[in-house]
Design a protein around this ligand. Sequence first.
Ligand SMILES: [Zn+2]
Length: 350
Amino acid sequence: MKKLFLSLAILALAVAACQTNDEVTPNQEAAVDMSDFFVYTSDDLSAKSTKESNNGDKCHSMQVLNRQLQENPGLEQRMYEIEKHTRTLIANKGVVATGKPGGTTPPPTTPYVGAISIPVIVNIIEHPSHPVTQAHIDSQIAILNQDFNNQNPKTTGVPGLFAGLVANVQITYTLAGVNKRLSTKTAWGTRDAMKSASKGGINATDPANNLNIWVCEIGGGILGYAQFPGGTLATDGVVIGSDYFGENTAGGVYGHGRTATHEVGHWLNLRHIWGDGGCSVDDYVLDTPTSDGPNYGCPTYPTVRCSSTDMTMNYMDYTYDDCMYMFSNGQNDRMRTIFAAGGSRESLVN
Ligand SMILES: [Zn+2]
């Protein structure tokens, strides 16, 4: 039997060697390593941060994900499949680049190419003391369009180290509808009650074909949270605290609409830029530096952690709104995989 196994092993190696040298075929996609994939994270992010200890979590997307993973037994597997698809499509870019030209076989699928337009439904559960106006709505849509089309005026401040990594994501957001309901509730929390009419909130509008944004009083100092691709459709979208929605004087340093940019980044499958773990934990993006925790405030450049300079101006960090002004090319690739054939948000472009 040993001999048979050895023969089979040699045969397998020979086949693998042949495939490596072959022209690209539709069935030949790049192999990906999934060994570092994880979904559960510790709730105590501040314990991992060596510089800051009492700034708390502005964004509760990872905590909400932990809850959803416990409540939804199939979610972890779905997120694994989405991640595998994402990594395969990004790796396929290399396969296409090195494939022989002039072949008749179609190339393997890569991240979606071209401009993307996403209709937005804004669901406002309005507290009388925290009014949400049309100006807030319009400015928020404008800010999303700036940030996802590399038009944030602050982007000129990106340091030389990262200047070549600034992405034009080319996603346009258009206001498709506004729903409003009044409520005196001061803390909706993060258990998605605002997404349910029967719980006093507003049901999602056709979430397979729209980005739903809920605006309400979340409470607990939380600015917002998002649901990652793969979750239940009825709760799909992002939640933003009333004071942090659009250009909003009530939001102070977080009153310039970047909470929505950050949360929509999660909705498009971006992780926090530090990877929600220590130096060895990645955000699954190749061109973002390794870090071991969020940065707060408006950091002085350079901020060095894990022996490299942090991209503190990235939208997926925790800095003030005016101090975040870029997505990276790697993040752009990652977001675009979910719109490609077989992607979890493919329906938004078809
Ligand atoms: Zn976040």
